[in-house]
Design a protein around this ligand. Sequence first.
Ligand code: GL4
Length: 822
Amino acid sequence: MSVNKTEQYAAKKLDSEQLAENIKRHLQQSLGVDQEEAGPAEYWEALSLVVRELGLDLIRKTRHKERDEKARRVYYLSLEFLVGRLLGNNLHNLGIYHQAEEAMANLGVNLTDVLEHETDPALGNGGLGRLAACFMDSLTTLDLPAFGYGINYRFGLFKQGFAGGKQTESPDAWREESCPWGIERPKRKQRIKLYGRVTERAGKAAWEDTQEILGMPWDVPVTGYGTDTVNTLRLWESRAAEGFDLSSFDEGRYHESRSGEIQAENVSQVLYPNDNHPAGKELRLIQQYFFVACSIADLIARYKRENGDNLDGFAEKVAIQLNDTHPAIAVPELMRILMDEEDIVFTKALSICREVFAYTNHTLLPEALEKWPQNLITKVLPRHMQIIHMINYHFLHTEVEAQWPGDNNMKRRLSIIEEPERPGGQQMVRMAYLSVVGSHKVNGVAALHSSLVKSSLFPEFNEMWPDKLVNVTNGVTPRRWVDYCNPELASLIDETIGKDGEADWRKDLTRLDAINAYADDPAFQKKFAAIKRNNKVRFAAVVKELCNVEISPDAIFDVQIKRLHEYKRQQLNLLHIMALYRRLLENPDLDVPQRVFIFGAKAAPGYKVAKTIIHAINRVAERVNNDRRIKDKLKVVFLPNYRVSLAEKIIPAADVSEQISTAGFEASGTGNMKFALNGALTVGTLDGANVEIAEEVGDDNIFIFGLTVEEVAELRHRGYNPEDVYNSNAELKAVIDWLASGDLCPEEPDAFRPLVDSLLGGDYFLTLVDYQAYSDAHDKIVETWKKPELWWKTAITNSASMGKFSSDRSITDYAKTIWNMA
Ligand code: GL4
């Protein structure tokens, strides 16, 4: 029965001949080229247009269905959607990958080459943005009515290069080449206000003398797997509201006539390149408000089209998820519309907001918690600042007062407005508090993280509202992160446990559990190992091309790919590599397997120590890779410009996954899940979702090391001197001295000072404390590698035990516990 259902999907009815016809039609009629003139780039675009056509057709049908069913919709508000390349993934999701492969082959082109022509839309920084993209995939796959709302940045995250080992940054004008996915929807454009002042007219607040800008929506179809549902990712682009000032244009002052336009367009120009660190710039606040205001206006208009003008039923039909505090200004924005435009009284407006909004916290790092100067909000959004004060007053004097009567200290602590510590300091608006107060649920992103959100970040809120703080552990989409990026593994799983209908692990990842029965099976191990090796061979060619370094597919591929941040501790990995190199120099005949350490990471352009770590890794790589004495036993590569499409090539080829953050700092991590799913063994701390991964795979199948959250707290409490560790560990001392010596960078001997100072002058991230345990964990990895049967058993167990970490499970959790949609 379910098999028939699979066959019904609209796209699957297309055979390769029809696809080829459509490709030819788009080549000629949309791109204006003949088949003979077309290269892979043109074929990429033509096929993308075919898929877009399908997507648009299905979006329309999805919209009609949802309108008829009048179900609740979820709106996922996020400043970042790191969607990655779309063509291959869409073909897989729609079930026409093989038809497309055949169609292209018949036209004399190779689909894999064609897919390489897509530029990654880098509309996010890292895990937070990628999570939003996985969630859109799952929302659609689960047939949930959903919209993603974000910004259509002209420049995505910068392109990274290396010069002398140092990071260089250049703009990523990703749409320049052509981007067939987004379609402009002028009918749905919005006009929003900024600046100005608030006056009172007939007892009502009026926001006047404002500047206005337009938001133009670009809709990107989001396909799901095995379903005709196609949802929309609506990305806003800013435009000038007034356009040309014709009088100055007539006088020939063309540039001036466009000046208003240029300013307005700035709003959606660039993604701020910080992960886990807010920018605090006026333009960033404007970006936040711009996309929030466009989105709220858009979703209210949709509600009214479907349900009429009365907003009484609004909260029943609308759920809005705030992806971190970046869209927190949505709370006062919805309040403003309800009170000032819909004449709803404050308390009722607040209760509607609380039913509608929920907030996901993605970080505990104190410096990453957004705070905006009250003066800045007053200047840019004067009415919103008034409303924030109203919310705060009600919250402190009604709700906090009821919980802790007369406790002014508590009111000060919980106030949405933080008073300056020093006289003359600024009052700051705590966006996280605003989000908690304006929402009915607040979730952390992994069990450990959520318990820390309760106990350390918001303990008082948890006491006031014991049911408000919840956990939803992150997940990743198995469609992109196995089916699409590791097709051989996907086929092996299909052939072992079946794929049709209900049994399809792509739709229910817990089905993978059945693979556990084969972990010991020599025949299965052989196939699993062969697939890993094929992936490694392919990836070695990528490394050769990008880094000009030869690596052997028989070596252990040990990978750390993620943003560069001291808390993620790439420096710990580096120190250990330096030690391994020294061990080899001391004893070149050491009986150790070949190892390749692979890095991919961008550092925020303003983050000095992070950039120093990149420079140091590159310099060590250069030294190690060119040293014949160690006989290729060690290689180090740092892939430039790490991004989603590179991750798709690295992860299936990895043997070891480095998840080594200081305990308590990585909220969840999602790379950790992708690696384990693809059969890499984790070396990791008990941090974020590593804890739950360990629970799923069992302690014997993961290499856990280092201080726990409690031990970190205790050590900080006791006080810690990094010099003590440095002086008591000869190997560690030797590598730090080497780093400090200038030997690795003779033309700039102090180049690595910032890193050495950070380690010896405080070592806030406890790199030195965890060093020995990390090194010991690596020794155990090598021991396991030397026993192939054990290694592959462990690898298979990891893959087979990742059922919990599908983003389908995460979204089902959100739907049940937060959105009331299940
Ligand atoms: C992050 C966390 O750092 C990361 O651990 C988590 O997996 C991700 C998604 O929840 O969110 N928070 C910020 S900020 N950036 C992230 O990647």
